[in-house]
Design a protein around this ligand. Structure first.
Ligand code: GLP
Length: 241
């Protein structure tokens, strides 16, 4: 985890110094919790003037949000970002953008979110976790590499995986979400796929062995010229690759 935080911290510092801050692409999920904790603690140790600059220039876009949850809902990804990043770093919520899950027209909200990313010049570094069924963002299988930001229906596997944030009940997990597509994800300057824990070893292996298979959406990531893989021993598996 420290290694990926080193790299992210360096990337943020470089882009501030070059006055060319490209928006970060952020992810939610349990994998990201220790990463944000470590990144926040590093950034808060920065000299005050550089931290001020960071607060002025920060702009990030999250991958996804549940349809039907307002930012105030405690299980929304917006609330997650408020808790793990916005408040600890002293950012303004408008600097950490997510799709509007509470919009009356979620398809229009997805189009609007994609347009905001385009007008910000696209994503610089994109963080990604890995779903237990091989999804990235909420790009559920089957999914091709040209799919764009849109409303998706969540699979039973994903609703079970994310149930711990909804009192342990898959039925309380919203049925739909807005997600960036693989199209926008693959358009980022660089990708950082972070995978931890033994339960992800099998799906990680599939994602790395397959060369772009709709049944394992993460397998398309191999086609990106700058894919960084950050994996702990448990997720790498005992046999190694
Ligand atoms: C969630 C999110 C993904 C996340 C993944 C892994 O459903 N939509 O962006 O990366 O699943 O979650 P976790 O880190 O909790 O295993």
């Amino acid at each position: 985890m420290e290694a990926v935080v080193d790299q992210l911290e360096q990337g943020v510092r470089d882009s501030l110094e070059q006055q060319a801050f490209r928006p970060l692409g952020l992810a939610t999920g349990r994998t990201m919790e220790p990463l944000y904790a470590a990144l926040v603690s590093r950034l808060r140790d920065w000299p005050t003037d550089r931290l001020q600059l960071l607060r002025q220039r920060w702009l990030s876009f999250n991958l996804d949000e549940y349809v039907g949850l307002s930012p105030e809902h405690p299980s929304s990804f917006s609330a997650f970002m408020g808790h793990h990043l916005v408040r600890p770093l002293g950012l303004h919520p408008a600097q950490v953008l997510l799709p509007d899950g509470a919009a009356a027209d979620p398809e229009a909200a997805a189009d609007h979110f994609a347009a905001e990313i385009r007008s910000a010049g696209g994503i610089g570094s994109q963080l990604l976790g890995l779903g237990s069924n091989g999804h990235v963002g909420f790009n559920e299988p089957p999914c091709g590499p040209d799919m764009r930001c849109r409303v998706v229906r969540l699979s039973p596997a994903t609703r079970s995986q994310n149930a711990p944030a909804f009192q342990g009940s898959p039925g309380l997990v919203p049925e739909q979400a807005i997600t960036l597509g693989l199209h926008e994800i693959l358009a980022a300057n660089e990708l950082h796929l972070i995978v931890t824990g033994a339960p992800k070893a099998g799906i990680l292996r599939k994602a790395l062995d397959l060369d772009g298979d709709p049944e394992v959406p993460a397998s398309w990531l191999r086609r990106h010229p700058k894919l960084w893989l950050w994996v702990d021993d448990a997720a790498w598996g005992e046999e190694g690759h």
